[in-house]
Design a binder for this molecule. Structure first.
Ligand SMILES: CC(C)(COP(=O)(O)OP(=O)(O)OC[C@H]1O[C@@H](n2cnc3c(N)ncnc32)[C@H](O)[C@@H]1OP(=O)(O)O)[C@@H](O)C(=O)NCCC(=O)NCCS
Length: 151
C-alpha cells in the first residue's frame, strides 16, 4: 500500500542517497535543504515503510514548477513516477495554479515519456543547458496547462 506524505528535513539523508543512485546530475544536500521553504510543496511516496520516491515543486503566484521527481532505481517501472506526477498536478490545482512548468534533459527519454503521457507539452529548448562528464545536453522546457486564464 502506497502513501504520499510531505517531505521533512529528517528524510533528507535517505533522499540524497536515492538521488545519488538515480539522478543523472544529483542534487546536493544543500540544494534539497534550500527547498524546505514555505513556497515549496515537496512530497515523498512510501510503500509501507520504504521511501520509494519524491518530488520537489515550487509555487510562484499562479504558476508551479516541478524541480525534481525521482523514483529509487529498484522501484522504477511500478507506476510510482506517474503517481507522484499526478499528485503534484493535483497539488498545483488545489493551490489555484494555472500552469506547471518543468525542465528535463533532452536525453532523458523515460522522464519525457512520463511527462508527455501526463499531458505536458514542449514549450522551448535551451541549447547545451546540462553539462556533465558525459557531455552537454539540451534542456526541454515543458508546460502543463491546468486551466485557461480568463480574458
Ligand atoms: C522518470 C522516473 C521518475 C519515472 O519513474 P517510474 O516510477 O519508473 O515511472 P512509471 O513506472 O510511473 O512509468 C510511467 C511512465 O513513464 C515512462 N517511462 C518510465 N520508464 C521508462 C523507460 N525506461 N523508458 C521509456 N519510458 C519510460 C512511460 O511513459 C511510463 O508509462 P507506461 O508504463 O504506461 O509506459 C524515473 O525513471 C526516475 O526516477 N528517473 C531518474 C530521475 C529523473 O531523471 N527524474 C526526472 C528529472 S527531470
Amino acid at each position: 500500500m502506497q502513501t504520499i506524505k510531505p517531505l521533512t528535513a529528517a528524510q533528507l539523508p535517505d533522499i540524497v542517497s536515492i538521488e545519488q543512485q538515480a539522478a543523472f546530475v544529483p542534487w546536493s544536500l544543500a540544494l534539497f535543504e534550500s527547498c524546505l521553504a514555505a513556497d515549496y510543496f515537496n512530497f515523498v511516496l512510501w510503500d509501507k515503510d520504504k521511501l520509494c520516491g519524491y518530488y520537489l515543486a515550487q509555487q510562484v503566484l499562479d504558476e508551479a514548477s516541478l524541480f525534481n521527481i525521482v523514483v529509487a532505481p529498484d522501484e522504477q517501472g511500478k507506476g510510482y513516477g506517474r503517481i507522484l506526477l499526478q499528485h503534484m498536478l493535483q497539488q498545483a490545482k488545489q493551490r489555484h495554479c494555472q500552469q506547471v512548468w518543468l525542465e528535463v534533459r533532452a536525453g532523458n527519454t523515460a522522464a519525457i515519456a512520463l511527462y508527455q503521457s501526463a499531458g505536458f507539452e514542449l514549450s522551448g529548448r535551451r541549447k547545451n543547458y546540462y553539462q556533465s562528464s558525459a557531455g552537454a545536453d539540451d534542456a526541454l522546457v515543458m508546460r502543463f496547462q491546468l486551466s485557461v486564464a480568463p480574458e
